[in-house]
Design a protein. Structure first.
Length: 272
């Protein structure tokens, strides 16, 4: 994996000793992390470990009980919502709008933070939308109805919408959880390519293999605490994955790639 120049690794969003609780139940406990430009960071951990809560805190949807989050050197709370939306973009797992918007109309929604009271898109808006559609290979689908696309195509449209925001940091919440193998790779390769052009991205993911294959860095949460973080190569080990998921696994090396698989119980011989 080729390293990015140091100049492309400036910290976009910094989390310092973050604590968050729901009704006296601790959900995040002293989390400190940096998300950088030009880097793809995987956020990994079992269900209930605090990943979604951390996303919401980073996006300004929840306010932490203690600790701080700064975006480009400024406190997150100092940003107005519209201003924040020009810097941070969010891609959900799945989205099915109630109305049959076209692909282009869906991507145009990403320009909302840049528009004031004028309902008509500016030349700059059209350029950003055209660039996002072209970047994700969606130009030929621009007039198609979003609801009629495959799951993989819809996910790429959501990535394109986030790209049209011209944000500097993307947050993606399990974007491939409902996709087939081919479409999973399409989405991961698209996001990885975007980070190679200087954007920062954080992907919440349950599959340690996807983290191994596509991410530069990883942050691992368990029971609200940061269990491990750092480069993928140095952090993702058999022992770590077993600790995170409480299941025995095996790590297999093939060429320059590593694969993690479960240790399965031997099937009983049905012919015995």
């Amino acid at each position: 994996m080729a390293d990015k120049p140091l100049g492309a690794r400036q910290v976009l969003l910094s989390i310092s000793t973050l604590f968050f609780a729901y009704r006296q139940k601790n959900v995040l406990q002293g989390i400190s992390l940096d998300f950088k430009a030009g880097r793809l960071c995987g956020l990994m951990g079992p269900n209930g470990s605090g990943k979604t809560t951390l996303f919401k805190c980073c996006l300004g949807l929840l306010r932490a009980n203690n600790g701080s989050i700064t975006l480009e050197g400024r406190p997150l709370a100092a940003y107005r919502p519209r201003e924040l939306a020009t810097r941070l973009a969010y891609v959900p797992q799945e989205h099915k709008p109630a109305f049959p918007y076209t692909v282009r109309e869906m991507v145009e929604m990403g320009r909302t933070p840049h528009r004031r009271a004028v309902p008509i898109l500016s030349k700059a808006d059209h350029r950003a939308v055209d660039k996002a559609l072209e970047r994700l290979g969606l130009g030929g689908l621009a007039k198609e109805h979003y609801n009629c696309l495959s799951s993989g195509e819809r996910q790429l449209v959501l990535v394109a919408r986030a790209l049209a925001q011209e944000a500097t940091l993307l947050f993606l919440d399990e974007p491939t959880s409902s996709l087939d193998f081919s479409n999973q790779l399409i989405v991961w390769e698209a996001v990885r390519s975007l980070t190679r052009e200087g954007l920062g991205a954080v992907i919440c993911c349950h599959d340690p293999n996807h983290i191994l294959w596509f991410c530069d860095e990883v942050a691992v949460l368990k029971e609200g605490s940061l269990l491990a973080e750092g480069s993928v190569e140095a952090t993702i080990t058999r022992e770590l994955v077993e600790t995170v998921y409480d299941r025995p696994v095996q790590m297999i090396r093939s060429g320059s790639r590593s694969f993690i698989g479960p240790v399965l119980k031997e099937r009983e011989n049905s012919h015995a």
